[in-house]
Design a protein around this ligand. Sequence first.
Ligand code: CP
Length: 287
Amino acid sequence: MEKVVGGGFLKLMDGKILATLFYEPSTRTRMSFESAFLRLGGKVVSGADMAGASSARKGESLYDTGRVVSEFADLIVVRHPEVGSVAEVAKGARERVASRACVVINAGDGVGDHPTQALLDVYTIWKERGGKLDGLIVGMIGDLKNGRVPHSQCELLKHWDIEFVFVSPKALAMPWNVKDDLTAVGRKFFETEDLGSVVGGLDVICATRIQAERFKSAKEAGKYKGIYVINALMMKKAKKSALLLHPLPRVDEITVDVDRDPRAKYFDQVRNGLCLRMALMAEVMGK
Ligand code: CP
């Protein structure tokens, strides 16, 4: 897939249609899935504003939406603000009367999960570290309560012998169900509010933004604005071999003077995500 992204197209999805149903804003994830499917030779029906411009406005259920769109598409990618919403679309899509059920992929369900972002993050670390993840100390920084990306990262990274460092304000700490899952498989984690005191020990620094859209008010979210800023000065404290990841969009968590630092991998992640999603869709479609 890396080679194809370098300038070509495949015919693996010839005759297949992808539908993207996005009930929340997105730049990367929707366009990445759509570009990936086009690179695989398929066609795309794009629902970029399902909240504002679909029959959800008239009260159509997620189950019915899944059932209906499965008649149009062979694969559906969904983003929605509620936990469990994508599973509801999948329930409807599974009812399709056809030789093969429609495949549904989660592109982010509220504060729940963002599995393909975590997959591309792990792929990025794996590539940068020559296939070795065991022994790494991985830091996750920001709004760990509401951030679906750190939740999914833990879900994947727990399969390696990795230590976790969670940096957040106490009110935005990593939820206990995620921490319990790590403990259950013998993984250690350490929690702190102070990034400066731990950044020098991290092999991977996963920054995330404050998820302002999940707060009761802009004023409430504003309390945490600028709480963790990774700038060139902060990167001086980090290991020479560290990797700096961010799912993007960034707000104020990483200053632009860090972009040229060879340890900054957030734009590489975007390209890796395209290849990863091509591979994933080929896999789930049995190709
Ligand atoms: N990383 C990510 O999910 O970005 P978008 O919200 O732009 O899709």
